[in-house]
Design a protein around this ligand. Structure first.
Ligand code: ATP
Ligand code: MG
Length: 630
């Protein structure tokens, strides 16, 4: 009868450690938040949606599975071979040729396994990248379909995190997590079957450790989920902060707020750092725990095995040879390793699911401004516009436009005037359905804009927004906006028309001059002229212009003024101009105050009224006079 005391000691140690863990788990705070990452979607639903992306690559995954089977075969067969070789060497006067043959078999299996592992991982990575890029494309084009109001609600940094980090997490499901899960599962199964066939009693002894692994894993899952979640939140937070503050860096410098901003950044950085440390800490506890179980089981194996071999006694009713010990020693390693990674992979899978849910929740955002079913294509636009009792609010209940009604006849120029925040930009952005109105109707050539296809509406309308946005690229790419059909001559003619050749011709590369992010290597006036060119070249029937308030030099102002006057003759034009001199010739001037129309008429009619427009005009007139006198 063997002495089981050493086994009891090992058991006691494991028992104590497990108890400590269970107590730590019981004391863990905010267990609820740690459990589900606050997920609303079920795992099965997420898996279904992720699998949609894998479907086109089903054949490749099948091939990966095949390679995997070959790769795994090494893990199962190698320990037996090594045991056999060990047994062979031990016998006196063994045949060298047999040994060499066994080594050759071992080498061949190893080689096949290596080649298969290589092929499997290359194929998996390539497929994973393809899936990743299609998810990225999908989410990007979905974001493109969202309305301005929806885009306003999500910080850009968050969107960047979705398109980069989160899509990455999903692709990891295919490239690492699923493959490893399947592989490890089969290794565990294979090893178990092989061990049972070899010596079921020893196998049962090893299986005694499994419940402890399960307990550790369950506890670890809870802790690590919380850690993952913190890391994710901190990453999104830092991305959001970065994207906003890098764009606003110049303001930070102008107002000497670098230190303050650096402090704010540091706070976020420290939070991320802390979250990462916690994550590492959780892993650093878990791995040694499983390692402890692994070492304990090896100790038990050696203790029992050595006794069995040396004393030549039965262990649990079975005799064992030294080959069995060697083979089991290797199997235990192959058994514990995948169990440990399996637990970690499950966590990664959960984290990936959390990312997937975030992506899908953006994908599920129904675009608010969409074509109605009976929407018509507008082949041509005359340019009659009518606002009929339009009410609009960005935030429910806070009306920005109240009962606004006006008409614009084809080829007329209508100007909007009013103090800041009175709703001028808002009116202009409603015509092309950047936002949808809540009450009333907007008609183009007598057709409700909700009944017109958005793409056709925007094709006929040229919008020049208050904040001119230039993309990084060239002057040419910013004017044609990736429509290849324009010739250089056409582009130059347009630039000439809007008085932009004046500065373009002075540039070293002309139309190919580089435009840096947001056009920051051009002046405000130049940017505006480029935006005019961009609009005019697409030959819109109606032009909507929201003039920037930025101060521009007198020379550029004259150029802008001139090109504006030219544009007014092109077709219907709706304009917000801050210099009243620009709009003196407008057919109708609409004066707004707090979202309501307070006056309208042409320049002279409004002056004669001596109302709000008269007041504004006199103010600017006086300012101009003082400027000239100076
Ligand atoms: N995206 C938005 N979300 C919420 N409120 C908004 C949004 N855009 C504008 N507003 C609000 O709507 C009102 C009208 O804004 P709008 O931009 O139309 O003014 P404006 O007349 O163009 O002013 P300015 O002369 O300064 O350009 C303002 O009170 C503003 O605070
Ligand atoms: Mg405005």
């Amino acid at each position: 009868m063997p002495n089981y005391y050493p086994l009891l000691i090992v058991g006691a140690i494991i028992g104590v450690v497990t108890t400590i863990f269970i107590i730590a788990y019981a004391m863990m705070k905010d267990k609820k938040t740690a459990i589900g990452f606050d997920r609303n979607m079920k795992d099965t639903e997420i898996v279904k949606r992720i699998l949609v992306y894998a479907k086109p690559h089903a054949l490749k995954f099948l091939l990966v599975g095949l390679f995997m089977v070959f790769a795994i075969s090494y893990d199962i067969i190698a320990p037996i071979l090594v045991g056999e070789i060990q047994g062979l060497i031990k016998t006196q006067g063994f045949e060298m040729s047999r040994l060499l043959a066994m080594i050759a078999v071992y080498g061949s299996i190893l080689l096949v396994s290596l080649v298969c592992t290589y092929c499997q991982s290359i194929l998996l990575q390539k497929t994973g990248q393809k899936i990743l890029s299609s998810i990225r494309e999908d989410i990007f084009s979905h974001i493109e379909s969202l309305s301005h109001a929806q885009l306003n609600r999500i910080p850009t940094g968050k969107l960047v995190t979705r398109v980069t980090n989160d899509t990455n997490a999903i692709s990891m499901v295919f490239t690492h997590i699923l493959a490893n899960l399947v592989k490890n599962f089969f290794i565990i199964l294979g090893v178990l079957v092989a061990m049972l066939a070899l010596n079921y009693m020893l196998t049962l002894m090893i299986l005694c450790f499994v419940p402890f692994i399960v307990i550790f894993t369950l506890i670890f899952r809870k802790f690590s989920r919380r850690a993952y979640r913190r890391v994710k939140d901190a990453t999104t937070d830092i991305n959001t902060y970065l994207s906003e503050n890098l764009s606003g860096m110049k303001i930070t410098q102008i107002f000497n707020r670098q230190e303050r901003k650096a402090e704010e950044f540091e706070q976020r950085n420290v939070a991320l750092d802390k979250a990462r440390h916690q994550e590492i800490f959780v892993f650093s506890i878990f791995r040694p725990m499983v390692y402890m179980l692994y070492v304990s089981s090896i100790l038990c194996l050696f203790y029992l095995g050595a006794r069995g071999v040396i004393l030549d006694t039965e262990i649990f009713g079975q005799r064992i040879g030294s080959e069995t010990i060697v083979t089991f020693y290797m199997y235990i390693n192959k058994f514990f390793n995948p169990i440990q990674t399996l637990a970690e992979q499950f966590n990664r899978l959960q984290a990936a699911f959390a990312s997937a849910e975030k992506i899908f929740s953006i994908m599920d955002m129904q675009p608010e401004v969409v074509d109605s079913e009976d929407a018509v294509e507008l082949d041509e636009v005359r340019g009659d516009i009518e606002f009929k009792n339009v009410w609009f609010s960005y935030i429910p209940g806070e009306w920005v436009l109240r009962d606004v009604s006006f008409t614009v006849k084809a080829n007329e120029t209508v100007a909007f005037v009013g103090s800041t925040g009175s709703g001028k930009t808002t009116i202009l952005s409603l015509i092309c359905r950047n936002y949808d109105i809540q009450k009333g109707q907007i008609l183009i050539d007598g057709v409700d804009i909700k009944k017109i296809k958005i793409s056709s509406l925007r094709r006929h309308f040229g919008q020049m927004l208050q904040d001119v946005f230039l993309f990084s690229g060239t002057i040419r790419s910013n004017i044609v906006l990736h429509e290849e059909s324009f010739t250089d001559e056409e582009i130059m003619r347009t630039c000439d028309y809007v008085n932009a050749t004046h500065f373009i011709s002075k540039l070293k590369d002309g139309l190919d001059e580089e435009v840096r992010e947001r056009g920051n290597n051009f002046s405000a006036g130049q940017r505006q002229l480029l935006s005019f060119a961009r609009t005019i070249i697409h030959k819109p029937s109606v032009m909507i212009l929201d003039e920037a308030t930025a101060n521009i030099d007198t020379e550029t102002e004259v150029l802008i003024q001139d090109s504006l006057e030219k544009m007014m003759n092109v077709g219907t034009m709706l304009i917000v101009a801050h210099r009243l001199s620009t709009i003196q010739h407008a057919d109708n001037i609409i004066v707004l105050s707090h979202g309501e129309i307070v006056e309208q008429g042409n320049h002279f009619e409004l002056l004669a009224k001596k109302g709000r427009y008269y007041g504004l005009y006199m103010l600017q007139f006086e300012k101009e006079r003082l400027r000239k006198n100076n």
